[in-house]
Design a protein. Structure first.
Lengths: 251, 637
């Protein structure tokens, strides 16, 4: 039943900020986002938070709850003790705009650097034929709601601003894998995965997989197979020899 | 003068959901420079919430399907109030629009022979919905988002700048359309992040802002659905039609309270799920209305056979159009056969193997497990009606999506006419694609036809800025301060209780009185803090739009003295043929920030003969007046 929950929320902007303590009513079945909304309606009308669907489908309300990257709308209050202080902070990997809202433009920039889907020439709309078993591999990655929690947790960029330039992050390395595994795509992104998008930085600690609210096996099904493709291309002696002889570029 | 960031574009699209993105793609491919402005981050629009699928008569699952069958289903679903030309274009063009998405990289679920799989849905004669599990909307948004990225990549190659010709203005709210000599000249708004003002100088605006669900307490809609496009169009001088028709989706979550209203896809029923009351009865068999008699199974055995043999059996009444199912649930609950939390039971657990449920309905499995502690593979879901969609919207020309205001176009949920009095599930995603494209094309052709571009006056910009900042200035009449959250809650409560799924004259009148009271208080809404990412201020601005569209809904609902589709009058429970062809047009009068609403009756053009002949006379007789059918070939023959 209803009880006063203890919330500690980071409030501030680009210049400064601090954790502030609040007591907010919590009711049966509620999620952390409900309490943030109640805070807005009753105590802090200008508390900034992003949200949209409140059903775990849009990936807007990403933040960190007790230090763990989570969707606020899918974090139920019932997982905490009633007297526990629940700390809500903005995603650490991205610059703060205000309160729980961060500047996630890094992600949109990375998205633009990956060559788009490229169908075979001459294949007309309506003529596409693919088997379910073949589309399922990429479909798993297309479940991604772009909450950017995997980007937030990835240690390559979490505390290493300097790596952002050369590392696309798990979400966009997975996008490369998705296109590479598309049954009809004809472009080649294997070389770029390593050279442009920084696949080599990933040392498969699976942190991204752990925080994914969609349960996508980012590491096992996207990143490792991409690493294997790079390895096959670069370190297979016969391919290496072939490349030397035929001077194939980009591999 | 007010400090304003200025941009110049050929076309500005407001809203980045399915319709907006498709309009952007079309206008850009015609060579124009395009801005897309959205209140959320790019890729978060409400379209991502669409679950079941996108209706298109590709005939992959049943070769008997074609555009004529789809057209007929759509008209029946809308109880023949639909703009028939829109329904025709929609049915004819939907397959091309879906196939086109595959060329952008979409990956729909497949049939055994490798084509796009199609699923059953309410009101559709054949399996017709292209889908990706139960996350079809996400696939549409992502696909078009990625297509836009690919267009930007082409621009990068040509101009060295991704944003040379196509730019996304995310987290930016448009508060005003600016005109010169009656034509669109620009759009004014603010950046949500900084609160700074922005002006788009443009001869053409495409509204694709979605719906109005946030005016209701129990809704499947996100916060963005505040009727912005509806209100902007009204204030710019365009008319809204069909605003009394609001769709309550029969299956929203009912428990726990914090998730009340969140959608449970119709795909659950399409894939075999059935509705039961607290007594375990499959009650829908008792609710087949006269107009659909003969088209639906009247026994459980036939209904169950239909899933595997559609030629020899009639479909289950669990898949009647949404308005029928929502009313049935409402009645069952009212008569005391509801679940513990005031809903009905939706059972898929006893109908499909666990693995199959998790494969076909992964989001539903996840949603119930995470938010309600319910395992849908083992227990039934508790469901009840939730405000889901507004059939009403901006009146547009079917072919070009142009509104009555030169330079103003509209597509998707914020436009009206296509779905008549009730939308079929799956017809929204196809609507977005078909009319999003047409709006982009219509806007492009309009811009190309102009000799000179209208300009924005400084006075209009100053007025728009003043209007946007009003909530920081305190009460306009010296009265006591109002909290926007409180006022919003009162508005939602009013609409939900008094102009909700079942309506009565005295209740609607009460709602109109309450709305008048809210109107008197809205000028006193006062917000704290500064302009930087301030949700209290954002709500105060959106609240005016919600109030304006709520007035349209209430006033039109009071005028229509019959029950049809998404408008049910307890005091006029029957379909009235005299009302079938009559539209209620809402217009704004006066120039106050929230103008008054005027409602007028307007007759629709009669349906073209070749389309009318697609229906049996006996079916038309259920909807049309005797006079209207006098010239029907079967009568004159």
């Amino acid at each position: 039943m209803a009880y006063p929950a203890k919330l500690r929320v980071w409030r501030g902007d680009t210049t400064s900020g601090e954790l502030q303590d609040f007591e907010v009513e919590a009711n049966e079945g509620e999620v952390v986002l409900d309490l943030i909304h109640r805070l807005q309606a009753t105590q802090t009308p200008d508390l900034a938070v992003r949200w949209n669907c409140k059903a775990g489908k849009c990936g807007s309300c990403s933040a960190e709850v007790n230090g763990r990257p989570r969707l606020l709308c899918m974090t139920r209050m019932s997982i905490f003790d009633e007297d526990e202080v629940i700390t809500v902070t903005p995603m650490r990997t991205f610059p703060v705009i205000r309160d729980l809202v961060t500047d996630v433009s890094y992600n949109y920039e990375k998205a633009r650097e990956i060559p788009s889907f490229t169908p075979p020439e001459g294949l007309e709309p309506g003529e596409y034929r693919m088997q379910q078993v073949d589309v399922e591999r990429s479909q798993e990655f297309r479940k991604c709601i772009e909450c950017f929690l995997c980007q937030d947790t990835c240690h390559v960029i979490r505390d290493h601003e300097e790596n952002k330039q050369s590392f696309a992050g798990p979400r966009y390395l997975m996008r490369v894998a998705e296109l590479e595994m598309h049954p009809l795509d004809v472009a080649d992104r294997v070389g770029d995965a390593q050279d442009v998008h920084g696949l080599g930085y990933c040392n498969i600690t699976k942190c991204c997989t752990e925080v994914c609210p969609e349960g996508i096996h980012i590491t096992d099904n996207a990143l490792i197979p991409m690493k294997e493709r790079v390895a096959d291309r670069r370190y297979d002696p016969i391919v290496w020899l072939g490349n030397k002889i035929f001077k194939r570029d980009g591999a | 003068m007010t400090e304003v960031e200025r941009h110049n574009y050929d076309v500005v699209v407001i809203g980045a959901g399915g319709a907006g993105l498709r309009a952007v793609i079309e206008a850009r491919q015609r060579g124009l420079s395009v801005a897309v402005v959205c209140k959320s981050l790019f890729g978060k629009a409400h379209t991502v919430m669409a679950e079941g699928g996108c209706a298109a008569s590709m005939g992959n699952a049943n070769s008997h399907d074609n555009w004529q069958v789809h057209f007929r289903d759509t008209m029946r679903g809308g109880k023949f109030l639909n703009n028939w030309r829109m329904a025709e274009l929609h049915a004819k063009e939907a397959p091309d629009r879906v196939w086109e998405l595959e060329t952008y990289g979409a990956l729909f679920d497949r049939t055994a022979d490798g084509r796009i799989s199609q699923r059953n849905f309410g009101g559709h004669t054949y399996p017709r919905l292209a889908h990706v599990g139960d996350r079809t909307g996400l696939e549409l948004i992502r696909t078009m988002q990625q297509k836009i990225v690919s267009l930007q990549q082409e621009d990068f190659t040509s101009y060295g700048d991704y944003e040379a010709k196509l730019k996304v203005f995310a987290e930016c709210t448009v508060t005003e359309l600016v005109k010169e000599d009656g034509r669109i000249a620009g759009a004014f708004g603010y950046w949500r992040e900084s609160g700074r003002f922005v002006l788009f100088e443009t001869p053409a605006v495409v509204l694709a802002t979605g719906g109005i669900g946030k005016s209701f307490k129990v809704t499947s809609n996100s916060w963005e659905y505040t009727g912005d496009g509806h209100a902007l169009a009204l204030r710019a001088g365009a008319g809204l039609i069909n605003m009394e028709f609001v769709q309550f989706h029969p299956t929203g979550m009912v428990w726990p309270p914090s998730v009340k209203g969140i959608l449970v896809t119709e795909g659950v029923r399409g894939d075999g799920g059935v509705l039961k009351n607290a007594e375990g009865e499959r009650f829908m068999f008792r609710y087949i209305p006269d107009v659909f008699k003969g088209q639906y199974a009247d026994s459980e055995e036939e209904a169950d056979r239909w899933y595997t043999d559609q030629e020899g059996n009639r479909r289950t009444p669990d898949l009647l159009p949404r308005d029928e199912v929502a009313r049935a649930i409402n009645t069952e609950v009212k008569e005391g056969r509801g679940s513990q939390h005031g809903g009905m039971f939706l059972d898929i657990a006893s109908r499909l193997p666990t693995e199959e449920i998790r494969k076909r309905l992964p989001s539903m499995y996840h949603q119930f497990r995470e938010l309600a502690d319910v395992d849908i593979t083992a227990e039934p879901m508790e469901v009840g009606p939730t405000c889901h969609y507004v059939m009403g919207g901006i009146e547009v020309d079917p072919d070009t999506a142009a509104s009555a205001v030169p330079g103003l176009f509209a597509a998707g949920e914020c436009s009206g006419g296509m779905h008549g009095s009730n939308r079929l599930g799956g017809n929204s995603l196809s609507d977005l694609l078909v009319f999003g494209r047409r709006a982009g094309l219509g806007a492009a052709e309009y811009v190309e036809s102009l000799d000179a571009r209208p300009s924005v006056s400084d006075a209009d910009v100053t007025a728009a800025a003043k209007h946007a900042l009003a909530p920081f200035g305190g009460p306009d009449d010296g009265g006591s301060e109002e909290n926007p959250y409180t006022l919003h809650t009162e508005l939602q409560q009013t609409m939900n209780e008094l102009v909700g799924i079942i309506r009565k004259a005295d209740e609607i009148e009460k709602a109109i009185d309450k709305l008048a009271e809210i109107r008197a208080r809205i000028g006193r809404v006062t917000v704290e803090g500064n302009r930087q990412y301030n949700p209290g201020w954002h709500l105060a601005v959106d609240l005016r739009n919600m109030l304006l569209v709520s007035e349209c809904v209430a006033r039109a609902a009071l005028r229509r003295t019959e029950s049809r589709g998404g408008h049910t009058r307890d005091d006029f429970p029957q379909l009235d043929a005299q009302w079938r062809n009559r539209l209620l047009v809402c217009a704004a009068t006066g120039d106050q920030p929230v103008p008054a609403v005027d409602v007028e009756v307007k007759e629709q053009l009669p349906m073209r003969g070749d389309l009318l002949e697609l229906f049996e006379l006996s079916e038309l007789e259920k909807y049309y007046t005797e006079d209207e059918l006098a010239g029907h070939p079967e009568r004159t023959a």
